[in-house]
Design a protein around this ligand. Structure first.
Ligand code: PLP
Length: 371
């Protein structure tokens, strides 16, 4: 007989998922009700309002896609990009590369703006790309690049897109609730996130929001999006609000209880307080890492408080350190990705993981493992 699975209690200080608070796990275990039950429909309305708060938007089309962040990414591209379009895609880490693949799979041309891993996206280079490609209909970039720990100037990039009549698609998977993100004030048109980072909910859901301009573009499409599941015209029928909700797919009912709980917790704390907490714990972590003789990949101005990429010192065995932290201290940190594989560790202080206690636990454990 196969036994039940009982995972250990880890401390999750990697690039996500982050620690899920007991309140959110408790919500997950509440009785499942039907996804068209009137009480569930009320919960959906609550979730929409809470997500509007998290994204700082009044966009009517704000909802959680029933699939992970990658599906949120794909939802933005398949709905807003059509064959023959030109899209300016910024790449300064792993996730910009995935945006390029999405654009190309939509039959569009990706004009790449490349920056070094660890640097922010260059606003000047994006301006040059628009000058060279006035036909570009979309600008796509990652606000918080999880593979390097670099923030980019989302406000300036969205303004540039608007100035050139293009829509801005913004990856806010790691950004949401960890650093300021003002969808309406900045004029971002399609923004997707994930539940497993600074919202500290279970993985597998992708909050998204689309501006009115984006909705107009979706409604004006000549041919339907190539993805049935992610076609926002269809999803809108279910999440659109009012009593007219039509069955599209079976929502992950219990996972949405969990998302609701995590958003209620965010509202209770307040966005600004959550940002301040991330910043405070990041500063304590950096001070401690520097005291251990370790340095960060990203320049101070562009560092993400929720994701700290740390240079692996010469001669130190990357995998052995991570394995020792996991087995001896039940503590997870992330490996480097792509260009930073084997060169950096990624220490996440995301959402509920961003606690003073975790900073001390990590620094103590790391000092012990590094000897
Ligand atoms: N974009 C960024 C910036 C991410 O960090 C991630 C996941 O780490 C994704 C997209 C993809 O999200 P998911 O793994 O939930 O599909």
């Amino acid at each position: 007989m196969t036994a039940s699975f009982h995972p250990p209690q880890r401390t999750l200080l990697g690039p996500g998922p982050s620690d899920v608070p007991a309140r959110v796990l408790g919500a997950l275990a509440r009785p499942t009700i039907g996804h068209l039950d009137p009480l569930f429909v009320d919960l959906m309305d609550d979730i929409k309002r809470l997500l509007q708060y998290a994204f700082q938007t009044e966009n009517a089309l704000t909802l959680p896609i029933s699939a992970p962040g990658s599906a949120g990414m794909e939802a933005c591209f398949v709905n807003l990009v059509a064959p023959g379009d030109t899209v300016i895609v910024c790449q300064n880490g792993v996730f910009g590369g995935r945006m390029r693949e999405n654009v190309e799979r939509c039959g569009a041309t990706a004009v790449m703006v490349e920056d070094a891993w660890g640097d922010p996206v260059s606003v000047d280079k994006v301006g040059e790309a628009f000058a060279a490609h006035p036909e570009a209909s979309v600008l796509a970039f990652v606000h918080a690049e999880t593979s390097t720990g670099a923030r980019s100037d989302a406000e300036a990039l969205c303004a540039l897109a608007r100035q050139h009549g293009a829509l801005a698609i913004v990856d806010a998977v790691t950004a949401l609730a960890g650093i300021p993100l003002a969808v309406d004030a900045w004029g971002a048109d399609a923004v997707y996130s994930g539940t497993q980072k600074c919202l500290s909910c279970v993985p597998g859901i992708s909050p998204v929001t689309f501006s009115e301009r984006a909705v107009e573009r979706i409604q004006a499409r000549e041919r339907p999006a190539q993805s049935w599941f992610l076609d926002m015209q269809l999803v809108m029928g279910y999440w659109g609000g009012g009593s007219k909700r039509a069955y599209h797919h079976t929502a992950p009912v219990n996972a949405l209880y969990a998302l609701h709980e995590s958003l209620v917790m965010l509202q209770e704390e307040g966005l600004e307080a959550a940002h301040a907490r991330h910043k405070r714990n990041h500063e304590a972590l950096v001070a401690g890492l520097e005291a251990l003789g370790l340095s960060l990949v990203v320049a101070p101005e562009w560092r993400l408080p929720q994701l700290n990429a740390v240079h692996i010192p010469e001669g130190v065995d990357d995998a052995a350190v991570r394995a020792a932290l996991l087995t001896d201290f039940d503590l997870e940190i992330g490996a480097g990705l792509g260009a930073l594989a084997g060169k950096a560790w990624r220490i996440g202080l995301m959402g509920h993981s961003s606690r003073e206690r975790n900073v001390y636990v990590l620094l103590t454990a790391l000092a012990a493992v590094l000897g």
